[in-house]
Design a protein. Structure first.
Length: 239
């Protein structure tokens, strides 16, 4: 198999090769972080089925395995999208269009779970110059995390709101789920990530990296007066 051609305008020669190898190593670290445990659990379940002992797999256990597989595939695809994304390509982006696109993309998932997603616009600047793909992937991951946190919770809902102030555009993704324990909030964006104690896995670490590239930030918003979790993505709003 021949190597992929080097795109026009990218790094020359050995620098391009090093960048590709670094991307491969980074992707391997993303996949390897929790792949072993998840795949071992799935293999154990397949062994029971192969041996004709499907009675050992309760409906609850099967549901957990399916959820773990969905989460792993979601993280895997997110990592691939982030790695393949030609980051740093800035173009004019219509704020309303991008937010609506993110909500539309997550809606098949939320509709299956019966979770309404509300989109509220409160921004002043309508067009920003940024990396559309990285910003879209970040919003999608936060929406997915919110849907996972809610699960089948009765009365669950997700809100995506836009705001703006001098020089900045903000997207807030909030849910009314269990939220994040105060003791865990300082490690939400840490590497390596963990799903223990309600933490959000590798997605938030990737969101943080995406915001570094965009010159913005992503942070957990403490809303003591409201239940659930809220994350704010901030990007420069200069045109």
């Amino acid at each position: 198999m021949s190597a992929a051609p080097r795109p026009e305008g990218t790094l020359p020669g050995d620098a391009w090769a090093r960048e590709r190898l670094a991307a491969v190593a980074y992707m391997a670290s993303l996949i390897g972080h929790d792949a072993r445990n998840r795949l071992c659990s799935l293999r154990a379940a397949l062994e029971l089925l192969h041996e004709g002992r499907e009675d050992r797999l309760s409906p609850e256990h099967r549901l957990i395995l399916l959820q773990e597989l969905d989460e792993f595939v979601g993280d895997f695809n997110l990592g691939l999208d982030m790695i393949r994304c030609p980051s740093g390509v800035r173009t004019p982006v219509a704020v309303r269009e991008l937010a609506a696109e993110a909500v539309k993309a997550i809606r098949p998932w939320t509709e299956r779970a019966g979770i309404p997603v509300e989109l509220t616009f409160g921004h002043a600047v309508e067009v920003i110059t940024t990396d559309r793909l990285l910003l879209r992937l970040t919003l999608l991951n936060l929406l997915r995390n919110a849907a996972e946190a809610l699960g089948s919770r009765e009365g669950g809902r997700i809100d995506l709101r836009t705001q703006s102030d001098t020089g900045w555009l903000h997207f807030e993704v909030a849910d009314n789920g269990p939220g994040v324990a105060p003791a865990q909030r300082g490690r939400l964006f840490a590497w390596p990530p963990s799903r223990e104690d309600g933490e959000e896995g590798l997605g938030l670490s990737l969101c943080r990296d995406a915001m570094v590239v965009l010159g913005g930030s992503v942070q957990y918003v403490d809303r003591a007066d409201r239940p659930g979790a809220c994350f704010r993505v901030s990007v420069p709003a200069s045109r």
